[in-house]
Each structure stands twice: as C-alpha cells, then as structure tokens.
Design a protein around this ligand. Structure first.
Ligand code: SF4
Ligand code: SF4
Ligand code: SF4
Ligand code: FES
Length: 1013
C-alpha cells in the first residue's frame, strides 16, 4: 500500500493502481466519459484530466506512485475537462427529455450535470451518415456517437469478435462494422457488449426505443421538432433549465421501469444481469455486476427473452380425453395426476413410476422432484438431462479427483498458460466463457490447442488445431500421457505427493504408443509430440471439454484420460490449472447436485448409505428406498418392458433430445399414464395424458448452479402468466394430494432444508446469495466457499487423487458401404438445444431460421451439392430431410447437423448406443447415407448470419490514430503524460517535444474551425 493525495486528502492505494480508481474510491467527482473499469483506460475522451505536479494527465491512464499529489478541481484541470466535454457535445445533441437513454445512468447526461456546462462552446455538427437498423436487436445512430470507442474496446478485447473499429483517419470518423458493412451483414454476433457499454444513446437496444420514456414514442417528425426547439432555446436559457426538465421526466420513469436481477436461463456459464421491464415488456438486459460475466452476455442472454411472453405459452392444464386434449382446472388436473399415480403405485409398486427433472429449472425444484419420487412415491427412479450430456465428465472426475465439478472458476481458466479445448464449440455453446479464453489468447499470450471434428471459431484461433478421427480423443490423450511419463516429463513431485495408482496406470498405457495414436487418430507423431511439449512447457494447463467427448461410448473413459493427463503433469490445485467440463444447460450442474439422480440424494450422498438415508428419513419422516433407481435410459427400457407404467417429466423435451427419437417416441406412447409439465406444448407433450402449464425463470424465484459450481439467486420479474404456476408449486401441489404435508411458501424455505441435509451446501443461505452475491460449492457452515476446488487435498479417502486406468473402446455405429458418412451434431450460437425457446425469438430466427446439414466442399463437389440443395439423410434408425450448407468447417466425409429442430431432429438418426459407464447416449457416433434430392432452395443460413462477415481484428480502439490527426490537440495546456501500461494494453512514454509541436500545430488549426475531436 502507498499513500497519495487527492485534492489535498491522503488516500491509501495499491502501488500500480489506476489513479482514476483511487479518485473514484475517494469520492471525488471527476468526469470520465470513456472510462469503464471493466474495459480499462481507452483514453479517447480526455475528460478525466487532473493536475499532477503542475502537469495535466489523464487519470484513467495514470498509475499511482507513492507520494503522488493529484488535483481534480484545479483551474488547469477544470479547464481541460470542460474543453474535452465541449468537444464531446459537438458530436452529440442533448435531447434528454425525449431520449430513451435518460434513465439516470446516461454518462453524457450525468457528466453534463457534473460539469454544469450551461452553453456549448463548439456547435454540434451533424455527420453524413444514416442510422443503421439492420440488426434485429440494436441500432446505431452515428449522429449521437461521441467516438469514445468503448464499444470498439468491448468488441475487440472483451468479446473478441473483432467486428468494430473507428476510422480515425476519415474526415468524419464513425464506428464501423467489419470496416464499413451494414451491421446486419457484418460479423456481429449480437452479443450486445457494445450496446451495454455505450455511454449514451448511440447504440441502443431496439426494445428500448420508444418505450422507456414518457415522450419518446412520439412520431419522428414531432420528436425532431421538439429537439430543434431545445437546440434553439439553449443559447438563451442554458442547459441547466433544460436538464431540470429531463431529470423530472427521468424520475417519473422510475415509477414504471423495474430492474430485477436474474440469471441466464440458457447455457451453463451462469451470466447474471438486471432485466429492465415495464409491465410485461422486457426493455433490456443490463449486465454489469455478474460475478461470472460482468458486462458480458451472448446473444441469447442479452436478447433471447421474447419466448416468455409468447402467445404459445401454456396457460391452462390440459387433460387428454378420447385422444384429444381439453382445458381443465388445476383441481381437475392435479386430482387426476394424484389418483392415477396412487392407482399405479398400489397396483405395480413404487418402482413402476419414474421421474425426470429439468436442468433448466431451479435447484429447489429439482430437490422437490426427487423428494416427491423418494419420500412420497418411494422410488429412486429419478434422473435429469445430465444423463444426456455431462454424466461421463462427472464419472471421470469422481474416479480421479473426487468431485464431479469444474476444478476452478472461469478466472482460473483465464490464468492458464495453455488451454486445451476438446469436443467443445465453446464460442457458440458457452460464448461468454469463450470470450475469456479468446481475450487471454489475444492479449496475454495464452496458448490454445483445440481438438475437434469441426474447424469452428476456437479451432481457427488455436495455436494448434487437431482433427482426430471421430471417437479417438482417448487415444491421443493417453499416448501423450505415456510419452510424458516415459520421457521424464511428468511432474514427479506432484505425483509423489498427491497421486495414487501410478504403477497400475503406467501398465494400462502400454497400447498407447505415439505411433499407435498417430495411426488411430489420423494425426502425425510430430503433432502429438508438439502437444506433449506444449503441455509441459505451459505455466498451468486447463482442459475444457463438452459433448464432443462425453457423448461417445467411451465418454467416461475419455473424461478420465483428460483428468489423468492433468494429474501426471501436476495441473491441479492452483489457479490456471484443472479440469473443466462445460455444463450445457443453465442448471444441469445444479439438478444433479440437488439429488435428481438415481443413485444420489443431494450433494452426491449415496442412496445406499444407511447413515445418509437415516438423516433424510428423520427429516422427511418416511422410509426411503435403498437401491439405485433407473436412469433416463433405463426408464425407457423399462417402459418398453412394461415395468415402468407412469412417468412425470418437467421442463425436458425428451422426445427430441433423447437419442434414437423414433424409439423414444414409441416408448413414451406405451406409457399407461404420462404427465408433462412445461411452458409450451412441446413435442413430448403429444404423448402426455396430463399437461401442466409451468412458469419460466422470470416468473419465479430460486437458485441456479453454473458450470463453475456457482450458486446464484434469481428474482421474480413477472407474475406467472395467467394460470401457469412455478414448477416448485406444482410439484408441491401434487405431493400434497398424495398425502405429503409440504408447507413451503417460498423457495428459500426449500433451500434451508437442503442446507440442513447436505454437508456440501451447509452454509448456503438466501441471505448469502442476496443480489449478485454467489457461492461456489462446497460451502462450509460459516459460508466459506471454494472457487478453487482442490487447494488442500482431493476429495478421495486419503486426500490424494487417483490415476484411473482406461482401455480402448471402439466407437459404435461406424460408417460402412451403406452408411458411408459420419454425422456429428451440436449447438448453434443463436439457438438453444431443440429451439423451443429460441425459435420463439424473432431476431434469433432471422439469424438461423432452420436446421441444415453442413457438407464439406470436397464432398459437395463429389456429390453435386450446393448450399440450399435438399438432401435426405438416412441412418440405421431413421431419416430426415434437410438443406445442405457447404462449408469448410467440416472436412471430407464428415457431416454436422445442429441439434435445433422440431421438424427434422437429428436424433431421428442417432442410435441407442450409450457410454458404457453412465448410459449417456453416444449421440456423436452416427453414420448416414446421403441422397441428393432434386430440389434446390435458398441457402439455409441467410446472408445476415454472422458467419458471412469479415472481422477486422485490431488491438483495441487504437486511440493513437486519433491523436495523430491534425485537428486533434490535447485539451488544456497540452502537457499530458501518457503512461499507460494497465493490463498490458498500451505503454506510451511521456509526450516528447515532437508531440508538443504537433499539438501546437493542431491547436492553431483548431482556432480557425471548430475542433470536433
Ligand atoms: S459482436 Fe456485435 S454486438 Fe457484440 S460487441 Fe461486437 S458489434 Fe457489438
Ligand atoms: S457507439 Fe461506441 S463510440 Fe459511439 S458513443 Fe457509443 S460506445 Fe462510444
Ligand atoms: S453465455 Fe450462456 S449464460 Fe451467458 S448469456 Fe450466453 S447463454 Fe446465457
Ligand atoms: S476517461 Fe476518457 S480519457 Fe480518461
């Protein structure tokens, strides 16, 4: 710590801290238009000028040193601040009262107020550009753009989509998309970072326009007229009076705009943000304080919420009668469910019923579902959709390190020297997490290896891209491990201290020579050697993996091989290391954590452990079943055999997302009684006897657990739509009709019960999760959590990890003469899983309207296919008809289909083979025959998809290009120290005499015409 003086008052600071942060902490009022703490110093606005030892300096770009004396209000500093802001106003019209951005948080408005500028020194100059409305979610207004570059910095260095730049050399600079495209046809992925950080109304969500203010919906000519009036009277009455009016109007808005914290309902990254609403309208999503994401979102979290108010929402219970559904009252529906469950249980026993919980719903809801199954019905036939994706990763980690969760946080991934991504299209499936890897790779020298069948964005960015034969990751991983052990490159110290089972593991590696791996995987030995050396040379290795690994017959073993490799290289127990299975759904981690599994109660407490059962039995006052129940796969097998007669599923589109969909539909239609609970009449509802209308996340409270093991609260934004109800209430209603006496009035009461029964969650309380606070399990009774999972020991009996031998398993459903092409599948950025929610968002549909199959250029040439050609894909299990998209993302005879389709789901083509350990379906092992159909349509991916854009990577906003302009001069007396080296962004030494003479020349030029920059 050092001491610095801010306006004569001593302040403590950390050596190397940004001066602007110290000033802000001290409470001094310093203008700072372009500065955003999460972006770092951009240095475009010059409004943060302070005086240090008689010289002016930008506070945002200055790092403190001991004894520094800074004045924020000196005459010199004040003059420079005013001059800088005057230039900003020459690019921006203050029409706050009729502006949708005037909601108390507009940086321009607030700076104007702070500086109390009454009259503008430099007149406003319009620019020769039109507004751009070509993106479905946001628009850019160059007339209001102050060229602060925050958006560019966010796009280039936080999101790292590298779409935005500013043409500083142009007579009329503006923000450019792909160097000059329309937004709609650019590489913009609509993540919204730029809109979020824009300090004014230049970039705005379309959902805000005309909706936030009381006067902003006026027709454009009327608005323009009002703006002209304001401009005309400003010279006479000054901005003070005008601002007072707008402030009054802005305060009125507070009465009707609500800001509610919620957690994203799509992927497992766990972004959280405020959602702004007016009645039932969603005005915007505002990310800022989320512990995972800060200002970041992807297109789904930022703009993908229209499904909540969709006209398709289920709002009344439905009962099937005579083959048709009729609307029913809640009493009728719940009575029927309770009666039929009771009858079936009485006749066939409790294990004739089976329950599937939703990994989209809350922890509390999964807990109640498993409590209903176990305590009320008396069966362990309980599972959730982690069975479809993540169970093998969990199994691999249980085997080797003891906990089934990420070994650190996203911040730890950022700190790695090397990130290896295997079988994950991270930029589209976990977009915000991917931004952190992209940023570390771009700005901080992190190395990246990607192993995948497709050359997606992360693969293109990688230092080394591996394209192994399908299903062979386990081979190259094990071969690299063997090579490291044989060549004395393993971390012996770590192995000796922390790892059991080395000898047996070494023996198991016998088949995995580099030569064998090269042959099996179709990779060169040189490439594999390179992987091995990159691993040992890196200061910390994190391995990220997802469904490309887990959805194979050897999914658990490959996950184990990943953890084995990390163990032999000592890549656990510190930041920048560890195993990161990327959880797919927002709460797939939480559903399993909270007992929605056939073998575990909450916190992975085994159902066959008498001590565990005794604790739950005492609390629940029932006797619990003691043997492992059926998982999702077993349940459908049991339905086919006739031993499971009834099922209750909530928030899960089983008929589309389970593999071999035709067989799944057959099984569901054999059920004697089937209850579906969802927010839409999903494809699975077609098989139900009773359909119960549930509420999406915005209509309830509870908690989600993200891929980082981070538990976060969501708050209720809307009342449940019409007669729909939160899932936890529905489950409680059913339980009580079956004789339980549950009295939960709020999810917090459910969580208290969970915490009391579960050591892993002992210290979790709603108070500790208030607002944006979060906890990463395990959480001790005093509330101490563990962002880094293994610091003192592993979660195995003697505290040591365990190397777990794996053997070679050949993939199933291999290509042959009849089914000659390999079919892969996965997510798209703009859609989520089957698309039930995202297809109901018009803007997302505009970007990706329909499903397609990706075909390599070489296969397309061989078969006479072009983008838009209709093809029929036939597998051993079914067929679909889709349009082709020719792309070099796929290679040779490998195809790829997104998983989002109700009409042509890829799972009509997949088999019933599963991972040998967990029963996770081997979705990624499928072979098909492709028949070219005569019809040729439009390309299935429209020109407005970001894939067709051409990004313009640069190191950020590149303000030095602005400073080189002849019409730029430093405000004030021009004696500016530019001394940034914050987060490695810039390091320009003190201004030299050449700069001063350039500044003088510029100032002279400025006197003769308005200076706009
Ligand atoms: S990708 Fe598009 S929405 Fe995201 S920051 Fe860049 S320009 Fe903005
Ligand atoms: S559009 Fe970009 S450069 Fe223009 S004001 Fe907004 S953030 Fe600044
Ligand atoms: S990255 Fe995932 S959690 Fe974050 S906004 Fe996107 S979908 Fe939501
Ligand atoms: S805040 Fe804009 S230059 Fe410092």
């Amino acid at each position: 710590m050092i001491s610095v003086a801010i306006d004569g008052i001593a302040q403590q600071a950390t050596s190397g801290e940004r001066l602007i942060d110290v000033i802000n902490r001290a409470g001094a009022k310093l203008p700072q238009v372009c500065y955003h703490p999460q972006l770092g110093p951009i240095q475009t606005c010059d409004t943060c000028m302070v005086e240090i030892n008689g010289r002016l300096a930008r506070a945002c770009a200055t790092t403190v040193s001991a004894g520094m004396v800074a004045l924020t209000q000196s005459e010199k500093a004040g003059a420079a601040q005013h001059e800088a802001f005057d230039r900003i106003l020459s690019n921006h019209v203050l029409y706050c009262t009729v502006c949708d951005n005037d909601n108390g948080n507009c940086t321009i408005h607030n700076t104007e107020k702070l500086l109390a500028i009454e009259h503008q020194g430099i007149p406003y100059h319009s620019k020769p550009y039109e507004e751009d409305h070509t993106n479905p979610f946001y628009r850019y207004d160059p007339q209001q753009c102050i060229l602060c570059g925050r958006c560019v910095e966010a796009c280039q260095n936080v999101e790292v989509n590298e779409t935005l730049s500013i043409n500083w050399e142009d007579p009329h600079p503006r923000v450019l998309w792909d160097g000059g495209s329309t937004i709609g046809e650019s590489s913009c992925v609509s993540c919204g970072h730029c809109v979020t950080v824009c300090p004014c109304n230049a970039l705005m969500e379309k959902s805000m326009l005309g909706h936030a203010g009381f006067l902003t919906a006026l027709p454009k000519p009327v608005l323009s007229g009002m703006i002209d009036v304001v401009k005309a009277i400003e010279p006479d009455i000054g901005y003070g009076a005008i601002l007072q009016l707008s402030e009054a109007e802005s305060r009125m808005r507070e009465s009707r705009i609500r800001r509610t914290k919620t957690v994203c309902t799509y992927c497992g990254v766990g972004c959280s943000f405020d959602i702004w609403t007016k009645d039932r309208d969603i005005l915007k999503v505002e990310p800022l304080e989320g512990p995972t994401n800060g200002i970041s979102t992807c297109v789904k979290g930022k703009f993908g919420w229209d499904y909540v108010n969709s006209a398709d929402r289920l709002t009344k219970p439905l009962i099937r009668e005579d083959g048709k559904f009729r609307e029913a009252s809640w009493d009728q529906a719940l009575d029927l469910v309770a009666r039929r469950f009771s009858e079936i249980k009485a006749r066939n026993g409790p294990d004739s019923l089976a329950f599937i919980s939703s990994s989209k719903c809350t922890n509390e809801e999964s807990y109640l579902m498993q409590k209903l199954a176990r305590a009320v019905i008396g069966t362990n036939n309980m599972d959730n959709c982690s069975r479809y994706c993540q169970a093998p990763a969990t199994a691999g980690l249980f085997r080797t390190v003891g906990y089934g969760g990420d070994s650190g946080s996203i911040r730890d991934i950022e700190n790695a020297g090397l990130v290896i991504i295997i079988g994950s299209n991270t930029a589209e499936s976990h977009p915000v997490l991917a931004t952190r890897v992209k940023s570390a790779h771009k700005l901080r020298g992190q190395k990246l290896i990607v192993s995948d069948l497709r050359e997606h964005e992360m693969a293109k960015r990688a230092d080394l891209f591996l394209h192994p034969e399908p299903g062979t990751d386990i081979v190259w991983l094990s071969a690299v491990s063997r090579y490291l052990l044989e060549n004395g490159l393993a971390n012996t110290k770590f192995l000796n201290q922390w790892v059991n089972g080395l000898d047996e593991y070494k023996k198991s590696l016998a088949p995995f020579t580099m030569e064998f791996a090269a042959r099996t995987c179709g990779l060169s030995e040189d490439t594999l050697n390179k992987v091995a050396h990159m691993v040992v040379e890196a200061d910390g290795v994190c391995i990220l993996w997802a469904m490309g690994v887990t959805q194979h017959t050897m999914g658990s073993d490959t996950s184990t091989a990943i953890s084995n490799l990390l163990l032999i290289t000592g890549n656990y127990m510190r930041t920048g290391t560890g195993a990161y299975p990327l959880r797919g759904h927002n709460n797939v981690q939480g559903a399993s954590d909270h007992g929605a599994m056939p073998n575990f109660l909450t916190g992975y407490q085994s159902v066959d452990d008498p001590e565990v059962r005794a604790r739950f039995e005492a609390r629940w006052k029932v006797q619990l079943p003691s043997t492992k129940g059926l998982d999702n796969y077993d349940m459908l097998e049991a339905v086919r055999k006739g031993t499971v007669k009834a099922m209750y599923i909530f928030g899960e589109e089983t008929s589309l997302v389970d593999t071999n969909a035709n067989a799944v539909c057959d099984a569901l239609s054999q059920l004697e009684f089937f209850v579906m609970q969802d927010i839409f009449f999903s494809a699975t509802c077609r098989f139900a006897d009773v359909v119960l209308p549930a509420s999406p996340s915005l209509e309830k409270e509870g908690t989600f657990t993200s891929t980082e093991r981070r538990i976060q609260r969501l708050y209720q934004v809307f009342e449940p739509l019409q007669d729909s109800r939160p899932d936890w209430r529905i489950i409680q209603d059913i339980a009580n009709r079956l004789g339980a006496h549950w009295q939960y009035q709020h999810p917090s009461e459910i969580y208290s019960e969970i915490a009391s029964l579960t050591p892993m969650f002992a210290g979790v309380t709603y108070e500790r999760l208030e607002g944006f606070k979060s906890l990463q399990w395990p959480v001790a009774p005093d509330g101490t959590d563990q962002p880094l999972l293994y610091t003192k020991q592993f979660n195995l009996p003697d505290g040591k990890a365990r190397l777990f031998p794996v053997t070679l398993t050949d993939p199933t459903d291999q290509p042959n003469a009849d089914f000659d092409l390999h079919l892969n599948n996965g997510n798209l950025l703009e859609q989520f899983h089957e698309g039930n929610m995202t297809y109901r968002v018009a803007g997302l549909r505009e970007k990706t309207p329909d499903v397609f199959v990706e075909v390599s250029p070489e296969l397309a040439k061989e078969r006479g296919i072009q983008s838009g050609t209709w093809v029929q894909l036939t597998s051993r299990y079914g067929q679909v008809r889709v349009r082709a998209l020719v792309t070099d993302r796929v290679r040779g005879n490998e195809l790829f289909m997104p998983m989002n389709s109700v009409d042509s789901p890829v799972n009509r083509l997949t088999s019933s083979h599963t991972d040998l350990v967990t029963h996770t379906p081997a979705y990624k092992e499928a072979s098909v025959h492709l028949r070219v159909l005569p019809e040729v349509g439009e390309s299935p991916l429209p020109r407005v998809n970001s894939r067709f854009g051409h990004p313009t990577p640069q190191r950020g906003v590149e303000v030095e290009r602005k400073w080189r302009r002849s019409d730029y001069s430093v405000p004030g007396n021009g004696l500016v120290q530019i001394q940034t080296d914050l987060e490695g962004r810039r390091n320009y030494g003190p201004t030299d005499s050449a700069d001063h003479s350039q500044a003088r020349r510029a100032r002279r030029a400025c006197r003769s015409r308005p200076c706009r920059l």
